[in-house]
Design a protein around this ligand. Structure first.
Ligand SMILES: Nc1ncnc2c1ncn2[C@@H]1O[C@H](COP(=O)(O)OP(=O)(O)OP(=O)(O)O)[C@@H](O)[C@H]1O
Length: 265
C-alpha cells in the first residue's frame, strides 16, 4: 500500500464513528425504557444525554455499556456489532477500552481497598505486574485528581463524597480507556464540590481526548462538557444537535421547557 493509500485509510478510520447506535429499543414488559435511538459518536466527542426523570437516559446508557440487552436495534463499537460479542470479550472491553463512572462512587469503588489499591487494581486487571510502577502510577493519578499523596493508603470510606468521586474517576481513567460512560457524575454533591469536579473532568476529557457519553439532569454540566446534546422524553430522542445550538435555540417544545427551567429535571 502506498503512502497516499495509507493516509486515506488513516483518515477513513478517523472518520468512522467509535460508537454507532442504530434504532436501539429496550422494553421492560410493556413499558418503554427507550426506543428508536439512533446516533453516532466520533472519536474525541462528548455527547450529553438530558431529559427528565424516567425519560430513558439510564436505560440507554445501560444498553450502550453492555449492562442491558436491547430488544431491537444495533450498537457498533469501533465497527464491531456488540450484540455478536461474547461475554468474555465484552468484559475485556469493559476493563480496557471502556470505563463507567457511576453517580454513586460506592458503585464504582472497592470500599475495603485503599485509594492506591483502587487505582492499582485496574492496572493489574490489564496485566501490570511491577508493584513499584503500579504504585507510582497510582500516586500520579491521585495527584491528577487532586487527592493528596499522603492519602494513598486510606480507604475511600474515609474520603468526602467529592474525593470519592475523584478517586472513582482516577480508577476509571488510569488504564487509558477510549470510551467513557458517565451516569450523573456530579449528582448528589454540594454545588461548590460539583463545580470543582466539573472543572477537573473538563480538563481530563480535553487532555486525554476522551470520547464520552454523559447522562445528566444538569444542563450546566452539558453546557460545560458536551460537544453534542441529545434530549430524551418518554424513551425517545426528541432533539439532538450541537450543545450550544440546542440550548440557545431549542426547537422542540419539551427542550424549550427544559431550558427555561419550567420543568424540574
Ligand atoms: N428495571 C426496570 N423495570 C421496569 N421498568 C423500568 C426499569 N428501569 C427503568 N424502567 C422504566 O423505564 C423508563 C425509563 O427509565 P430510566 O431509568 O431509563 O429513566 P431516566 O431518564 O434514567 O430516569 P432517572 O433520571 O430518574 O434515572 C421509565 O418509565 C422507568 O419506569
Amino acid at each position: 500500500m502506498g503512502a497516499v493509500d495509507m493516509d486515506i485509510c488513516a483518515r477513513v478510520k478517523e472518520d468512522r464513528p467509535l460508537l454507532s447506535v442504530q434504532g436501539v429499543k429496550k422494553l421492560y414488559g410493556n413499558r418503554i425504557g427507550c426506543t428508536d435511538v439512533t446516533f453516532d459518536l466520533f472519536p474525541g466527542e462528548v455527547l450529553g444525554i438530558v431529559g427528565e426523570s424516567g425519560s430513558g437516559k439510564s436505560t440507554l446508557l445501560g444498553c450502550l455499556a453492555g449492562h442491558l440487552k436491547p430488544d431491537a436495534g444495533r450498537i457498533l463499537y469501533d465497527g464491531r456489532d456488540m450484540g455478536a460479542l461474547g461475554e468474555p470479550e465484552r468484559r475485556r472491553l469493559s476493563r480496557t477500552e471502556w470505563a463507567f463512572v457511576h453517580q454513586n462512587a460506592r458503585d464504582g469503588l472497592r470500599m475495603g481497598v485503599s485509594a492506591g489499591g483502587n487505582v492499582g487494581e485496574r492496572l493489574m486487571a490489564v496485566g501490570a505486574r511491577n508493584y513499584g510502577t503500579i504504585r507510582d502510577t497510582a500516586a500520579d493519578w491521585l495527584g491528577r485528581v487532586e487527592i493528596a499523596a499522603d492519602r494513598i493508603d486510606d480507604r475511600p470510606s474515609a474520603f468526602s463524597g467529592g474525593m470519592q468521586q475523584r478517586l472513582q474517576i482516577a480508577r476509571n481513567l488510569v488504564t487509558g480507556p477510549r470510551l467513557v460512560f458517565m451516569d450523573e457524575p456530579t449528582g448528589g454533591l454540594d454545588v461548590s464540590v460539583q463545580a470543582r469536579l466539573l472543572d477537573l473532568l473538563r480538563g481530563l476529557v480535553r487532555d486525554l481526548g476522551l470520547s464520552v457519553v454523559i447522562v445528566t439532569h444538569d444542563l450546566a454540566v452539558v453546557r460545560l462538557l458536551a460537544d453534542r446534546l441529545m434530549v430524551m422524553k418518554s424513551g425517545r430522542v426528541v432533539e439532538q444537535g450541537l450543545t450550544d445550538q440546542v440550548l440557545d435555540d431549542p426547537q422542540h417544545g419539551y427542550t424549550q421547557l427544559l431550558v427555561s427551567s419550567v420543568l424540574q429535571v
